[in-house]
Design a protein around this ligand. Structure first.
Ligand SMILES: Nc1ncnc2c1ncn2[C@@H]1O[C@H](COP(=O)(O)OP(=O)(O)OP(=O)(O)O)[C@@H](O)[C@H]1O
Length: 472
């Protein structure tokens, strides 16, 4: 085997052109990098004028007045920027730090994309050429980044779901979820921090708007509101998952409407009044002891429903709550106890029949059901699709998610079985017609707040109401 040494090259007179081309190549690379950096800096200067203009001013001063004046200007500008960040952090964040963070994160995703895909087995080899899924639009928000990816042929959503946990470790974030909104596309939601990690205390609600009842906070940091006026709602979760807090948050939210008389609470508490007894001053009906009481309540709700339907037929397609004809919210704490667990099968069957009547016909006439369920059993699954709003809190098994919330809910990233024990009140909201579940946390309602709600929004006595009407 022949081997040519550098000395040999030199002796053969070939070193001249090689060295020259090496120098030329190095110069070319250097110039290219310099131009790229200069362009990059120019682009950043355009993107962040609030930083580039002060820097330009300092440079201008240095050029015309010397370095002492320039140093003074630079110090004054730095103090100005620091004061801005301290005095008005929100505008500083919006104009500078959040935008820099977003740029940096985007750059990091793009730079490491091919490598991460290869490391996680998400590239496909074709004729020894690796095909890398194309990273499309990246949206950076305060707590979540959303990456749109064009999958390589042959891949399915489950390939990405299987790698979600590994990607979360690789990016060092709490979680990554994958969903496919369109054929060939996968959307990765990267949760970079968790605004729902800490309990969120109930804050005062003084609205009687039954279309936007405050219930907690969404993971984007917005207020989570629930449309109760014309929607039945099911809350499912294991014991201790915070079902009570969702119901209490809503009761607190509709308290003003209850006090005002445009909404009535008809409550079934099979735990003997343990859960809701403290706020019975708000309730028009309260069934907490005998199964027969609960059934009577449901029969009456069905009667109201039939009366209203008769009256509204041909006049209005949707009921508007008024004091004369309020919205009736039938609250059922533990739905399954009404049907499957009844000792008397006949009562159970009648309860199931009444429930499905109210669930299928109540919305249009202002009779809605707000129910909690612990065990997504067969009986509950039968009602599930009649609840347009379903909330899944922590569950013990992955299979329960689809049983409680509907087929495909878990695949659409309602990961109720992955909610940690230490986060009661955290869950996923599924609305009929919505593209994907929203992660939320219900307010934590303390015993003192319940006492306060019970006193503040207690139903007025008929005399008090009459006096109030006379005043108006
Ligand atoms: N939104 C919340 N934020 C913080 N802590 C909460 C929240 N909801 C509930 N908790 C805590 O978790 C505990 C259990 O909550 P809760 O009783 O509401 O659960 P549950 O699902 O109704 O349980 P069960 O089915 O046994 O009645 C509460 O005592 C409270 O300390």
């Amino acid at each position: 085997m022949s081997h040519t040494s550098p000395a040999g090259n030199s002796a053969g007179g070939t070193s001249g052109p090689d060295t020259a081309s090496l120098i030329l190549e190095a110069l070319g690379t250097f110039t290219w990098r310099l131009a790229r950096t200069a362009l990059g800096l120019l682009w950043w200067a355009v993107l962040f004028p609030m930083l580039s203009l002060p820097a330009a001013l300092a440079a201008y001063t240095w050029w015309h007045l010397g370095w002492v004046d320039a140093a003074c200007v630079a110090v004054a500008l730095v103090i100005g920027l620091i004061s801005w960040a301290l005095v008005h952090p929100a505008s500083w964040r919006a104009a500078v730090s959040a935008r820099i963070r977003a740029r940096r994160r985007r750059w990091r995703y793009r730079k490491g994309w091919a490598r991460q895909c290869a490391l996680h087995g998400l590239t496909v080899m074709l004729d020894r050429v690796p095909l890398v899924p194309r990273l499309g639009k990246i949206r950076i928000a305060a707590a979540t980044d959303v990456l749109a990816v064009r999958m390589v042929s042959g891949q399915t959503l489950s390939d990405w779901t299987a790698k979600s946990e590994a990607l979360a470790h690789a990016w060092q974030v709490p979680s990554v979820t994958a969903m496919s909104p369109a054929p060939g596309v996968v959307v990765l939601t990267v949760r970079t921090r968790d605004p729902l990690a800490q309990p969120i205390l109930l804050s005062a609600a003084e609205s009687t708007d039954l279309h936007r009842v405050p219930a907690g906070v969404t993971e984007d940091g917005h207020r989570w509101t629930v449309r109760l006026a014309d929607r039945h709602m099911l809350v499912a979760g294991a014991t201790g998952s915070g079902k009570g807090s969702v119901l209490w948050s809503l009761l607190a939210g509709i308290g003003p409407a209850v006090h005002d008389g445009v909404c009535q609470l008809w409550v079934i508490d099979p735990k003997g009044g343990m859960e809701f007894g403290a706020a019975q001053t708000l309730f028009t009906r309260f069934a907490h002891s005998a199964a027969e009481d609960a059934l009577e309540l449901l029969r009456d709700a069905a009667r109201v429903l039939a009366d209203r339907a008769d009256r509204l037929r041909g006049i209005a397609r949707q009921h508007t709550p008024t004091r004369a004809e309020p919205l009736i919210v039938v609250v059922v704490d533990e739905l399954a106890s009404l049907t499957a667990y009844q000792t008397d099968k006949k009562l159970g069957a009648e309860a199931a029949q009444l429930l499905s009547l109210i669930l299928s016909q109540g919305r249009a006439v202002g009779v809605v059901v707000l129910a909690a369920v612990q065990d997504p059993s067969k009986e509950v699954v039968a009602f599930r699709q009649l609840f347009p709003t379903r909330i899944g809190l922590r569950m013990t098994e992955a299979t329960q998610v689809d049983m409680a919330l509907g087929q495909g809910s878990r695949a659409a990233s309602a990961l109720c079985d992955q909610i940690p024990d230490r986060q009661p009140g955290v869950g996923y909201v599924i609305e009929d017609g919505a593209a994907r579940p929203i992660r939320v946390r219900a307010f934590l309602v303390t015993d003192a707040q319940i006492t306060d709600i019970a006193a503040r929004y207690a139903l007025p006595t008929p005399d008090a109401r009459e006096a109030e009407h006379a005043e108006k």
